[in-house]
Design a protein around this ligand. Structure first.
Ligand code: NAI
Ligand code: PYL
Ligand code: MG
Length: 262
């Protein structure tokens, strides 16, 4: 799994504010309103306990601190436990956290101890970035291009299909592409085709640069991408005035939190 670096998380508040502004500009809603529309839930008086986890590659510098900044940005109270791992979990429960946030190298979860709801960052991230793409105010059709059909991309594709969008997808992993076609009826998209289709809504969930071909960009286009690094170059973004929603952790975390609220 592609792990965040402390550099990815620098200026997390500014990144989140910029992403919120981009979401508002592209969809007319802010991140919170998108979450409420997605899950029909509301925050109450939840307190979030953030537990650092030392397993695998260990603590990622500023990961827990970034989560604290993120939950506070969305109006919640919370704390980071002094101890990591089991001792930290014990402290979080004893200090009356209602929701636990913790991540090892494979799973980042949110667990609501009051109602039992639990969320995984990968599908929650795919769903909210796909939802944002699908709400583009200047969309020229119901066609969405999905690049990357993995742990984040496929749940986003499933969400778009469920909402009735025409999803065109590409992934060099043929097994994943075949699965997306057979399970969700998406249309394979060939980036190198002669006269490829253009899209005003692009959902990109890959760990690679330059995955979005110039030929796919419609005149007005929104790229909604959790992918790190970004799948479209600054040069192309400027050349075509592409709108972009991209942020390293907070948008996906908001989706997790709203999915476990009442
Ligand atoms: P994954 O490895 O499960 O899926 C990525 C997929 O992209 C793979 O199937 C791969 O074959 C495909 N891919 C690679 N190059 C491609 C190309 N040129 N065109 C189309 N597909 C291509 O990874 P996962 O877990 O889905 O994560 C995707 C990205 O999202 C990673 O960069 C990860 O770090 C990031 N991420 C970001 C979050 C955020 O909040 N911003 C949250 C979670 C993950
Ligand atoms: C949730 C992020 C988004 C992209 N990749 C995911 C990642 O980096 N996961 C690993 C998180 C490890 C956190 C570490 C700590 O500091 O508690 N165990
Ligand atoms: Mg995010």
């Amino acid at each position: 799994m592609a792990l965040l670096t402390p550099e990815d998380l620098e200026n997390i508040n500014r990144r989140l504010e910029e992403a919120d502004a981009a979401v508002r500009s592209a969809t007319g809603l802010d991140i919170t309103e998108v979450c409420k529309a997605l899950y029909k839930t509301r925050p109450c008086t939840e307190t979030v306990g953030i537990v650092p986890i030392t397993s695998g590659n260990g603590i990622i510098g500023s990961f827990s601190e970034s989560l604290l900044a993120i939950i506070e940005y969305f109006g919640l109270d919370g704390f980071i436990t002094e101890m990591p791992d089991v001792s930290g979990y014990y402290q979080a429960v004893k200090d009356e956290a209602n929701i636990i946030l913790m991540a090892d190298d494979n799973t980042f979860l949110a667990h609501n101890l009051e109602n039992g709801k639990i969320a995984n960052n990968q599908p929650c991230t795919g769903i909210i970035y796909a939802e944002i793409a699908s709400r583009y105010l200047h969309a020229d059709s119901k066609d969405v291009l999905a690049l990357g059909l993995g742990k984040v991309g496929l749940p986003g594709v499933a969400h778009l299909v469920k909402k009735g969008f025409n999803v065109y997808g590409h992934d060099p992993d043929e097994k994943l592409l075949e699965r997306a076609v057979s399970e969700f009826g998406i249309t394979p998209y060939a980036p190198e085709a002669e006269n490829p289709k253009k899209f005003s809504m692009i959902f990109e969930a890959t760990p690679c640069e330059n995955t979005i071909p110039e030929s796919a960009l419609a005149e007005k286009c929104l790229v909604s991408t959790p992918g790190i690094p970004c799948g479209i170059s600054e040069e192309l973004r400027k050349k075509y005035n592409v709108e972009i929603v991209m942020e390293p952790l907070g948008v996906g975390t908001a989706s997790m939190l709203y999915s476990v609220f009442d």
